[in-house]
Ligand binder design. Structure first.
Ligand SMILES: *[C@@H]1O[C@H](CO)[C@@H](O)[C@H](O)[C@H]1NC(C)=O
Ligand SMILES: *[C@@H]1O[C@H](CO)[C@@H](O)[C@H](O)[C@H]1NC(C)=O
Ligand SMILES: *[C@@H]1O[C@H](CO)[C@@H](O)[C@H](O)[C@H]1NC(C)=O
Length: 229
């Protein structure tokens, strides 16, 4: 009897381990990175989901080259997949991710709890997804972020506190957001919104512009709050 129960427990735990979560299938390589001006080791990955919408990374394929190690990976790129959720638990495999791209992956939401695992993050590219809300304090655990891309999403809500904690921000890109087109009704309003949100290659001497943008964003909640008007 006890043996049978143990057997069932063993089988079901194996079943659980091998039918939950996702496997990240990595293509490892080294690339020159213009922003940091050095070569970085990256995983360009495909997430093999064992259940639909389950994006908890349970295992990662290892580099075939014995000289390499997963711990050298600072850049993670996942593109052109229908994931719905941001892949979680990557930090259990890659210790210090600095560049994360999850692009064209139907991601619907993002939170500071998800981003908390990446304190060294320099760039976050979430272009071409379905994110509609940039929550308050989204980046409070990522103060080293310099480049943020939310182009081609559905952003229709930003809080004045959405960018709190960012100390080194250089680029923030909100181009082609259908939500922004909806909440700003005239062409002038739309262009104004986009110009203000797109701060490209901002250098140190232009911090004044950045400050103006934050002031404008703070006003923006009043004008473009959670409702559509
Ligand atoms: C996966 O997400 C989509 C979109 O949110 C939903 O329609 C679908 O039912 C989900 N599937 C499962 C198995 O939860
Ligand atoms: C997005 O990914 C899908 C596959 O999921 C692909 O068919 C499509 O061409 C991609 N779109 C872009 C703009 O890369
Ligand atoms: C994102 O949405 C999914 C359902 O679509 C939900 O299960 C999850 O908790 C949400 N995550 C956050 C951080 O809001």
């Amino acid at each position: 009897m006890i043996q049978q129960i143990l057997f069932i427990l063993l089988v079901s735990s194996f079943f659980w381990i091998y039918t939950n979560g996702a496997i990240l299938n990595c293509d490892y390589s080294e690339h020159y990175n213009e922003k940091l001006n050095k070569h970085l080791y990256q995983c360009k990955g495909e997430l093999l989901q064992l259940n639909e919408n389950d994006t908890i990374i349970k295992s990662v394929t290892k580099p075939s080259n014995r000289q390499s190690s997963m711990s050298y990976v600072v850049e993670l790129i996942i593109e052109n997949q229908n994931l719905i959720r941001f892949p979680s638990d990557a930090e259990n495999f890659f210790e210090e991710l600095k560049f994360i791209t999850v692009k064209n992956a139907s991601i619907k939401n993002i939170s500071n709890e998800i981003l908390k695992a990446f304190p060294s993050l320099v760039e976050l590219d979430l272009s071409i997804n379905q994110i509609s809300v940039i929550p308050k304090d989204l980046f409070i655990y990522n103060e080293n972020l310099q480049f943020i891309y939310f182009a081609e999403n559905r952003i229709n809500f930003l809080s004045p506190e959405s960018f709190d904690g960012l100390k080194s921000l250089k680029v923030i890109d909100f181009m082609k957001n259908t939500g922004i087109n909806e909440i700003a009704s005239t062409p002038d309003e739309i262009s104004y919104f986009k110009i203000k949100l797109l701060v490209k290659n901002l250098e140190k001497r232009q911090t004044e512009t950045m400050e103006k943008m934050f002031i404008w964003l703070a006003k923006c909640e009043f004008k473009f709050g959670s409702s559509a008007h």
